[in-house]
Design a binder for this molecule. Structure first.
Ligand SMILES: [Fe+2]
Ligand SMILES: [Fe+2]
Length: 279
């Protein structure tokens, strides 16, 4: 079985169509997206994105699986679809769009996979400030309305619309996986394992390290042969040797809009064909 792994798409529908075309050209019917998918169903544009991805995937006979990145509102996925599990335990967000919650493990063609989403946003303060500005603007609008003698409206609170407090996994999440998962062949995450040195890394800040340490603990405990992630928007391959697990790590690039700063970026750097026969 072959699966197309792909990096961050950030709700970029044109790029999703490009990735679907790449999968179809390879006769691949499963795409696994590694977080910062664009799950923004709290916004009308986010609903449209999911609907369009479903339609485009269905037209190609492909199913799109994703795990959560720091820019996906993962709490809302669990709230809305936590009870809608398919036969393999994925959450069915749309017919052709499935979500792998943190710690979800499954087997495809005899290969054991485990997904573990989440990461830290380096632009958290910027996003919180933007949320506050949105709320203040809504309040100002309401005050003008009242001053003009118009009936009052409910004022939307924009907290939780741009930054999501559940963005990082916890130490307890990681430990629960280590205690229960058993051997894993392929670990799929949004964040990188701490020990890799990709060369280009805008997210190598102290605030980012605790979550990267959690991913590293999973690599060291579960000893996957392959670990793939997104989040850095940068393509690299590195083999981690002792004292860590002997694991090949693949970091995938993102959609062209998010990758404009990545040196030497090519759109095909945002995907990778995984063949279960050669993992
Ligand atoms: Fe991203
Ligand atoms: Fe990210």
């Amino acid at each position: 079985m072959r699966i197309l792994l792909t990096g961050d798409v950030h709700g970029n529908l044109a790029h999703v169509r490009t990735v679907l075309d790449a999968a179809a050209a390879e006769h691949i019917d499963r795409i696994f997206q590694l977080g910062d998918f664009g799950y923004w169903e709290h916004e009308p544009g986010g609903v449209r994105f999911l609907d369009e991805v479903h339609r485009a995937a269905r037209a190609q006979g492909i199913t799109v699986y994703f795990l959560d990145g720091n820019h996906d509102k993962s709490g809302l996925i669990l709230e809305r679809y936590g009870e809608h599990r398919d036969m393999e335990g994925f959450l069915s967000v749309r017919g052709r769009v499935r979500y792998a919650p943190r710690g979800h493990a499954w087997t495809w063609d005899g290969v054991r996979f485990l997904a573990f989403g989440g990461a830290c946003s380096v632009d958290r303060e910027y996003r919180l400030e933007a949320e506050r500005r949105r709320t203040e603007k809504a309040l100002r609008k309401e005050n003008y309305r009242l001053a003009a003698g118009r009936p009052s409206h409910s004022v939307p609170d924009h907290a939780g619309t741009l930054w999501f407090p559940e963005e990082e996994a916890t130490d307890a999440d990681a430990q629960a996986v280590i205690d229960t998962a058993g051997p894993v062949d392929v670990l799929l995450t949004h964040d990188k394992p701490r020990a890799t040195t990709p060369g280009v890394n805008r997210k190598d800040l102290p605030v980012c390290h605790p979550n990267q340490d959690r991913i590293q603990r999973l690599v060291d405990a579960l000893r996957p042969r392959l670990a793939a992630h997104g989040h850095l928007h940068h393509r690299y391959t590195q083999v981690l040797e002792e004292p860590h697990a002997p694991t090949r790590v693949e970091g995938l690039a993102a959609d062209p809009v998010a990758s404009f700063e990545a040196p030497g970026y090519r759109v095909a750097d945002s995907w990778l064909v995984l063949d279960t026969a050669t993992v």
